[in-house]
Write a new protein. Structure first.
Length: 623
């Protein structure tokens, strides 16, 4: 299946409002049209923050996915399920990997060598690697002698593990006030952080020995190239202990900065110790915005998408890690949306990517018929390679609509703004734009709806990236026409329509070369103004433009550059200015030899006309 997003690679420095002009001042006067192929020149300039949570994919499959899917589609990172050696119990349930036995990389997801190879492949594709880390507890086992996937022995009855002994755990009555050793009062900070979660032996993360062992485990992965961690059961560890462990971590080997941290913290409740609330963990990194998951689930299930605009988040957007579902919420007693919800789940993921709250995560995993069921595996429990489209694996990150919306999101994050032009029918249909960069309509209803929407985008024809394939200015569909900022669109039942500034039909890119006879003064900046809305606000008195000067980028001693996309069949007039004050700008009225420069876009056959190809700064005084 061809995927819209992969076909429509982003051209990059996207003009929010229109065509960009690509102008270079060099020693020659030659017009050289250059059509930028999607994904070529500007993809690296886009901001990216979408993570693919490839839950319980094995290391080899993640490496392949990074190369073939995540990198090309604009994902920023991949999250890997806990890679440590874990409890090997006969039924090989999904939660085995959340019962660590030994702090070594290697278990049912692959070997350490495969783990390192995966990191290298992902980095080569421009994708960061985040690891789900289980630091709160160790495996419960049967209470006697048990074995890990890698053959290590442990005894949860005597609390004997390769890395820890009984002195390294909390217990009744010294730490936990409950004789059962398990959390009973979820409002109590002491119980939540020092008693057992679901019977799992609770590590004394408030001790130097445990903190050092856990930091050594994480630092080992950082040295392999891991870029960050999702801390499982962070609420039960406690913010203070997390801060102490983070203080022992090495810097990211690529950036030299602290590695990324996301903490699993559930929403607080009335009467709960404030130290357990999500906001208390903001100082240590991002926090899972699970209340947002609940809101999205409720509104999509109840046919009340209109309410999504009124959501009041607990966490600031900059600290929120957002998702429609994960391995826990999809199996909860009141489950979140999941693959089983079909189009509703896909639309919810599209909304997550479009709305712009938090850093979104797309969850991909496997089908299951019971709570405990694990991923497809071999007889020994080792997870087998992910094969999408077989009914066993649900590869959401490869869904065509989600695939396209990751690129839409990256563009909106880079060039867009907050949600605007919100429109709704009061129930199942919503539409909105992100500044002037992108627009989407989502219909969760059972009937198609046709309406005229304010898109916020400049006039032109755009490709619907959800239904059609876009590539190099061409669209497989008929396109959507925006006139006076509005478009009449039919949004299919259980479907969506999305356009953005990088899906303009008929785009071309041009380069103009103009002579500068002497070096531009060192502290000066060259600006450009023109009759495109991206370069100015229109011609005034036929001689100059209203304020709309745009700084160019110095690329050499006498060379300056700006880049613009334009629609074929457009004629552009423009001028240069020195220092952005309009005092040193070419004026056609008073200087006949300084007439407006012009060129005409006609795809690859663009032509260029300039009355004077020499731009002499010294001669501008008095013009």
């Amino acid at each position: 299946m061809s995927r819209s997003g992969r076909q429509r690679r982003r051209p990059g420095i996207s003009a929010l409002l229109t065509p960009l002009l690509a102008t270079t001042l060099t020693a020659s006067a030659v017009f050289a049209p250059a059509v930028l192929h999607p994904g070529q020149a500007h993809a690296s300039t886009l901001s990216k923050d979408v993570t693919a949570n490839l839950f319980e994919y094995d290391f080899n499959s993640i490496a392949t996915d990074c190369t073939n899917v995540l990198g090309p589609d604009g994902f920023a990172a991949v999250q890997v399920a806990p890679p440590e050696d874990s409890y090997d119990q006969a039924s090989h349930d999904w939660w085995d990997v959340y019962q660590p036995v030994d702090y070594t990389v290697g278990g049912r997801l692959g070997t350490e060598a495969q783990f390192e190879s995966m990191i290298n492949a992902c980095h080569a594709a421009g994708v960061k690697v985040y690891v789900d880390a289980v630091l709160n507890h160790m495996a419960a086992g049967t209470g006697g002698s048990d074995t890990s996937y890698d053959g290590q022995s442990f005894d949860s009855g005597t609390l004997t593990y390769p890395n820890f002994s009984s002195a390294d755990f909390h217990g009744y009555p010294v730490n936990c006030p409950e004789s059962s050793d398990s959390i009973v009062n979820w409002l109590s900070y002491t119980e939540v952080t020092q008693c057992r979660l679901s019977g799992l032996p609770d590590l004394a993360t408030d001790t130097t020995a445990v903190r050092s062992a856990e930091a050594a485990y994480l630092n080992g992965m950082i040295s392999m190239g891991v870029d960050g961690f999702r801390l499982d059961s962070a609420t039960e560890i406690g913010e203070t202990d997390i801060a102490a462990i983070e203080a022992l971590l090495e810097k990211d080997t690529t950036t030299g900065s602290a590695v990324s941290i996301t903490q699993e913290v559930y929403p607080g409740s009335s009467g709960q110790d404030s130290r357990l609330n999500p906001t208390s963990f903001e100082g240590e990194g991002s926090v899972t915005a699970i209340d947002y998951t609940y809101a999205i689930t409720d509104d999509f299930k109840n046919g009340d998408l209109a309410a999504l605009s009124g959501y009041s988040p607990t966490l600031p957007s900059s600290y929120a890690s957002t998702f429609v579902t994960n391995q826990d919420t999809e199996r909860a007693s009141s489950p979140s949306l999941s693959y089983a919800n079909g189009s509703e789940y896909v639309l919810a993921d599209e909304f997550l990517l479009a709305y712009g709250y938090g850093s979104p995560q797309i969850f991909s995993s496997f089908e299951y018929g019971s709570y405990d069921q694990g991923p497809p595996d071999a007889s020994n429990g080792d997870v087998t390679d992910t094969v999408c489209g077989t009914g066993a694996w649900e590869c959401t990150e490869r869904n065509a609509a989600v695939d396209a919306m990751v690129g839409w999101h990256d563009l909106a994050l880079t060039d867009g703004g907050p949600v605007s032009n919100w429109t709704t029918d009061g129930n199942d249909l919503i539409a909105f734009s992100r500044g002037s960069a992108a627009w989407i309509a989502i219909n969760n209803g059972s009937s198609a709806e046709t309406a005229t929407f304010t898109t916020g985008l400049p006039d032109g024809s755009y490709c619907d990236i959800i239904a059609d394939t876009y590539s190099d200015g061409s669209c497989s569909g008929s396109g959507i026409v925006v006139a006076d900022g509005q478009a009449t669109v039919t949004v299919p039942a259980g479907g969506s329509v999305a356009i953005d500034a990088d899906s303009v039909i008929g785009n071309a890119t041009a380069v103009i070369d103009v002579t500068v006879p002497s070096s531009t003064p060192g502290g000066d900046t060259v600006y450009i103004a023109g009759d495109f809305s991206a370069l100015g606000t229109g011609i005034s008195s036929g001689t100059d433009w209203e304020p709309g000067l745009h700084p160019m980028t110095r690329i050499g001693t006498d060379e300056w550059q700006a880049v613009v996309h334009a629609v074929s069949g457009t004629t552009l007039e423009y001028k240069f200015d020195l220092n952005g004050t309009w005092s040193n700008v070419e004026e056609a009225a008073s200087c006949a030899d300084r007439a407006n420069r012009t060129f005409y876009f006609n795809g690859a056959d663009s032509s260029y006309t300039a009355e004077d190809t020499v731009y002499d700064w010294a001669g501008l005084n008095g013009c």
